[in-house]
Ligand binder design. Structure first.
Ligand SMILES: *[C@@H]1O[C@H](CO)[C@@H](O)[C@H](O)[C@H]1NC(C)=O
Ligand SMILES: *[C@@H]1O[C@H](CO)[C@@H](O)[C@H](O)[C@H]1NC(C)=O
Ligand SMILES: *[C@@H]1O[C@H](CO)[C@@H](O)[C@H](O)[C@H]1NC(C)=O
Length: 260
């Protein structure tokens, strides 16, 4: 009797799945659940500190943002068997790294492009620090932060994060960044070789070029710009940044994560 019931329920199961299968195959497709997009993974131990690239991503000196950056090379809707997109944007879009080639043509000519950046420096222990909200990052500010010798990677969180500047498509030149003397002080007095910041440039707008020249002259410093540092406590993490190997490029978009 029990065996008979089992058999019956097994048959019922097969029938139900066949019937559902047929309905799925012929009827209107059930809507898919929305794709999940996350900032934090692994029970709060892994933070994505990369900004999404969207048409509203702010770009240097622009009021209108990035605009359309993806276009189809092939699309299933047009009869192709695959979807394949093409990307067109500056290599300094959203979260990205700068190579020495960015501001020194002699370094560009000699091949110091993003592909030559030290992957060991882009991956390792990193300090997330908050800087004073009422100043750009000057030598005095750098001094006041008391960053210990031996610290090689620092992510500087500024009022840019409070002001949500990376989420506003209109470029805002009043963002906080390094002044030239702050960069010089960092290069001369600390062991920091990776500098990260939370807007499109690590350098304040007013001294953008001079500050980059200070940082990149020795070819020992990597700049990571456009980081997303919202909702993360200051402190020590493991940083991973993996820029795309664009040979000949002076910068490159990068995915960056922090691990607790
Ligand atoms: C499909 O082809 C048409 C005509 O060539 C073109 O205008 C359209 O952009 C294509 N759409 C996609 C999604 O590829
Ligand atoms: C840096 O050290 C000085 C002197 O010890 C102290 O007064 C100051 O609060 C420290 N600043 C930070 C940001 O820890
Ligand atoms: C930082 O410098 C920019 C110019 O690059 C300026 O507009 C802004 O007011 C300065 N920020 C602060 C907090 O002084």
């Amino acid at each position: 009797m029990m065996r008979g019931l089992h058999l019956l329920s097994l048959l019922l199961c097969i029938w139900v799945s066949l019937a559902t299968g047929r309905r799925l195959a012929t009827g209107p497709e059930a809507p898919l659940p929305p794709a999940e997009r996350r900032e934090v993974y692994a029970d709060g131990r892994l933070f994505d500190i990369t900004h999404r690239v969207t048409k509203d991503t702010p770009t240097w000196d622009s009021k209108v943002g990035l605009g359309q950056f993806l276009s189809p090379l092939a699309s299933i809707k047009n009869g192709s068997v695959v979807n394949a997109a093409e990307v067109k944007m500056s290599v300094h879009t959203a979260t990205h790294v700068d190579s020495p080639a960015h501001v020194f043509d002699k370094y560009a000519d000699a091949g110091y492009d993003v592909d030559s950046l030290d992957l060991e420096l882009l991956n390792g222990p990193a300090l997330l620090v908050d800087v004073p909200r009422d100043k750009n990052i000057t030598a005095d500010v750098m001094m006041s932060l008391n960053i210990s010798k031996g610290v090689r990677r620092v992510l500087f969180r500024t009022s840019n994060t409070d002001r949500q500047l990376m989420f506003k498509k209109e470029f805002d030149s009043s963002y906080t960044g390094f002044m030239k003397d702050g960069a010089k002080w960092l290069v001369e007095n600390t062991d920091i070789k990776l500098v990260g910041l939370d807007y499109l440039s690590v350098a304040a707008y007013a001294e953008a070029l001079d500050t980059h020249l200070e940082f990149l002259a020795s070819r020992e410093t990597i700049l990571v710009e456009g980081l997303k540092l919202d909702n993360i406590l200051p402190g020590l993490y493991t940083l991973h940044c993996l820029p795309v190997r664009l040979v000949g490029a002076d910068g490159s978009p990068t995915r960056c994560i922090l691990l607790k």
